[in-house]
Ligand binder design. Structure first.
Ligand code: R5P
Length: 313
């Protein structure tokens, strides 16, 4: 066993880190993190962490590469300060789409990132809804992957879902969408999609299933530029869908995502707060589901050696 638990936040999403600590009934520890004029980062813990069970909370939100580097340096500093155990808490794991060598001369950046986190000295990782399950296997240390299906579906169950169909944005998303449909007790339809080269642009080709005269729920793993989800909305509307609710486990909202979502006449847009969504990106029809309870409860279980899977049973 380790001595007392300790929490520290990087600079990517301190609000979420504070909410996780509140759930556990603890305070965030003090850490000095700043950037020198030459863009080099500095990290120093302001309290003793020897032999403590240290949780470092840092989501990989914009600026993504700085968020990553900052976490790596925090891990290194914690290791050298003799922390008992270091858990990297990464609500959104960036580079998840780079998870295989599907073209000549391309990297597998999700794997590279896993190597870097391990090399820095992390003992465990706690994350949520990876782009693909196989990313778990890129780590040789224990990794717990939480599932926002539960808080999101609990929220959606507050709606009248009698005329809804869940639609998967592509065949690869079928399992995730099927789980959501099963949780909500509604039918499933699937869009066939192809991505155009290495661009952010995707093209939906056809729809398997029935949405004519029905309301539709499209929950992707992430909404980045919004291209995929807006194309899916076009397809379901072309096939006679009525009200459309869209969402993502991770609301990245890059590039033109916000104007696209604003112009799409959606009934609702649902995300978790795995990355910060700043005021100017918030639309009146957006609902942000807090994930601090999920992370707080998982951390309590990890600290006391209880099952994390039991949270989902
Ligand atoms: C793709 O495989 C993912 O599941 C998402 O559909 C994609 O990351 C969304 O990106 P964008 O919003 O830029 O289309």
């Amino acid at each position: 066993m380790y001595n007392d638990i300790a929490f520290f936040s990087g600079r990517s999403h301190p609000e979420l880190a504070r909410a996780i600590c509140a759930r556990v009934g603890r305070q965030l520890g003090a850490v000095d993190i700043h950037e020198f004029a030459n863009e080099n980062l500095f990290v120093q813990y302001q309290e003793n962490i020897r032999q403590r069970d240290v949780f470092l909370i840092q989501t990989f939100s914009s600026p993504v590469n700085t968020s990553i580097m900052e976490l790596l340096i925090m891990i290194d500093a914690a290791k050298r300060a003799s922390a008992g155990r270091i858990t990297a808490v990464i609500p959104y794991y960036a580079y998840g789409r780079s998870d295989k060598k599907d073209q000549p001369r391309v990297p597998i950046t999700a794997r590279l990132l896993a190597n870097m986190i391990e090399t820095a000295g992390a003992d465990r990782v706690l994350t949520m809804n990876l782009h693909a399950g196989q990313i778990q296997g890129f780590f040789n240390i224990p990794l717990d992957e939480l599932n926002a299906l539960y808080p999101i579906s609990n929220y959606l169950k507050t709606h009248d879902l009698s005329n809804y169909t869940v639609v998967a944005t592509d065949v690869g998303d079928e399992k995730r969408a099927r789980d959501m449909a099963a949780k909500l007790g509604v039918p499933l339809a699937i869009i066939a999609k192809r991505r155009l080269g290495n661009t952010d642009i995707s093209e939906a080709t056809s729809l398997i299933g029935e949405v004519d005269g029905r309301n539709v729920l499209i929950i992707d793993d992430e909404i980045a530029t919004g291209g995929t989800i807006i194309e899916a909305v076009r397809v379901v509307r072309d096939n006679g869908a009525q009200d459309v609710i869209v969402g993502g486990y991770h609301g990245i909202l890059a590039g033109k995502a916000v104007p696209r979502l604003r112009d799409a006449q959606l009934k609702e847009v649902v995300f978790t707060d795995s990355v910060p969504i700043s005021g100017e990106k918030l639309l009146p029809n957006m609902k942000i589901i807090p994930i601090a309870p999920l992370f707080g409860d998982a951390i309590s279980r990890i600290h006391s050696g209880q099952s994390v899977g039991a949270l989902f049973q």
